[in-house]
Design a protein around this ligand. Structure first.
Ligand SMILES: N[C@@H](CSCc1ccccc1)C(=O)NCC(=O)O
Ligand SMILES: [Mg+2]
Ligand SMILES: [Zn+2]
Ligand SMILES: [Zn+2]
Length: 470
């Protein structure tokens, strides 16, 4: 439970205990301050232990997120962490209806750790105090569970999550929930003239896969289709433009865009989102070999545009451009969001503070920003001007160059992708290289996230769908 020691729930429990709780609390130094936790023995048969958590009431509008919700997430995280190792399975949390979703999200995310055996020591079952049912709390649990799924997928090493294994997982996870899943292999990719995608995949002996996922419920609030696309490079060595060895193992998480996309579909089905959502993920390994693309090679993408591959490490945009073109043409979405651990430049620009969003459509941008404000996993709008497009087009031997050089690397990457999305499709490109947790971060400033891949910004994409179809 979250309480500041003066709340209604505390008074109720204290009265029931004949004021013993207050006596214990006073002996421990009174109500906990923000970030502090007090654990009291319970005289109530229903509970073994009562955990009281201090909650901050700081609010700063320039933070661009709902600070009250984030304070609840932090308080719940501190409460759940205080129970680690106590072999407590079930936790009831005192919440109010306005903040219940945030509490559910945090409880679920805090109970996950990248070491599966350690999860056994963290409570795993959460409900609302007195088992009062609050729908938004259960929705929060699903959002948290989805982010945990993305974390799990990102964390998996490249040998244990090849494109084929990833595609199998999509089928196993989504089909039981009523999502239609189509998995295509190398022959289909070539038949589709996805030559930019193939130019990345052909250097590896692992077969690439293209996965389509379709959630099309009978009950709809809107008739429009929302599309998601996710970069799924299950390992990015850089190819012939090979990356330096230090930290290359982090590139097992270069399928983070696909992970957050699949996790969003998983939760969209669980939440029974009232509208059609389709998702596609091009999956491949980027490897150096005698079959690999070479700097200077030229390929013709699915939409007929010629691309000069000057840097084989800028492979994400090559897979994505064919996937974006296919998804826009086949599904004619009213809105499309792609997510990709696309550029190191994004890590330099925003770190893990916010997802960089490139979007010309104000309505779609406003929806994403509002959703980030609600989930606390924020979005920041990046420039998407003709200026950056001019840096990658035209190039020596083709219409487009797959690299714009070092300056504004995230903006030139986004500009490249824009050549593959019809101008009438509202589209947002999310560069998640900074927030995805390729640089693993410890608890702070997200007390509900432990070290390891973060699975961000799964909740913000989901919340965008929830807000769009509500
Ligand atoms: N796989 C992408 C993004 S790699 C992002 C990253 C870079 C350095 C440290 C941590 C994360 C890629 O290869 N992009 C090409 C590029 O940025 O040049
Ligand atoms: Mg992985
Ligand atoms: Zn790369
Ligand atoms: Zn990559």
């Amino acid at each position: 439970m979250i309480e500041d020691g003066t709340s209604q729930t505390f008074h109720e429990l204290n009265e029931k205990s004949g004021s013993i709780l207050q006596k214990h609390l006073d002996a421990l130094g009174g109500p906990p301050k923000a970030g502090q936790v007090r654990q009291l023995p319970s005289s109530d048969d229903e509970f073994d232990i009562i955990t009281i958590v201090g909650q901050s009431n700081k609010a700063d509008p320039s933070e661009n997120r709902d600070v009250n919700l984030e304070n609840v997430r932090a308080a719940v995280a501190n409460g759940v962490k205080a129970l680690n190792g106590l072999e407590i399975e079930k936790v009831q949390i005192a919440v109010d209806s306005e903040t219940a979703q945030a509490a559910g999200e945090s409880a679920k995310m805090t109970s996950w750790t990248y070491k599966a055996d350690k999860r056994e020591k963290i409570p795993q079952q959460f409900s609302v105090f007195k088992n009062n049912s609050i729908e938004s709390f259960d929705q929060g649990l699903i959002l948290g569970e989805a982010q945990n799924l993305a974390r799990e997928l990102m964390e998996l090493p490249g040998n244990l999550l090849t494109p084929s294994i990833f595609a199998d997982k999509c089928v196993e996870l989504l089909e039981p929930l009523g999502v239609k899943v189509n998995v295509h292999g190398a022959d289909w990719i070539k038949e589709q003239n996805m030559n930019a995608f193939w130019s990345v995949a052909k250097g590896s002996s692992e077969e690439p896969k293209f996965v389509e996922m379709i959630w099309d419920p009978e009950v709809k609030n809107r008739e429009e289709t929302f599309a998601l696309v996710g970069k799924g490079v299950t390992f990015d060595s850089g190819g012939i433009s090979i990356k330096p060895s230090p930290n290359m193992g982090d590139m097992r998480g270069d399928m983070g865009g696909a992970a957050v996309t699949v996790a969003t579909m998983y939760a969209a089905a669980k939440l029974k989102i009232p509208g059609k959502v389709v998702a596609t993920t091009p999956l491949a390994e980027n490897m150096p070999s005698s079959n690999a693309s070479k700097p200077g090679d030229v390929v013709i993408a699915r939409n007929g545009k010629s691309i000069q591959i000057d840097n084989t490490d800028a492979e994400g945009r090559l897979l994505l451009c064919d996937a974006l073109d296919y998804t826009a043409e086949v599904y004619k979405p009213a809105a499309m969001i792609d997510s990709a651990t696309l550029t190191g430049a994004m890590v330099i620009a925003l770190g893990d503070g916010a997802t960089g969003v490139f979007c010309k459509d104000n309505e779609l941008w406003n929806l994403i920003e509002k959703s980030g404000h609600e989930t606390g996993d924020r979005a920041w709008r990046m420039p998407h001007y003709q200026h950056y497009f001019d840096k990658i087009s035209p190039t020596h031997n083709a219409e487009l160059n797959n690299t714009g050089g070092r300056d504004a690397g995230s903006a030139t990457a986004a500009a490249f992708l824009s050549a593959f999305v019809p101008p009438n499709v509202p589209w947002a490109h999310l560069d998640i290289a900074g927030v995805g947790g390729i640089f693993p971060s410890e608890g702070d400033p997200f007390p509900y996230l432990c070290k390891g891949m973060s699975g961000r910004p799964t909740r913000t994409i989901l919340q965008t769908l929830v807000n769009y179809f509500q």
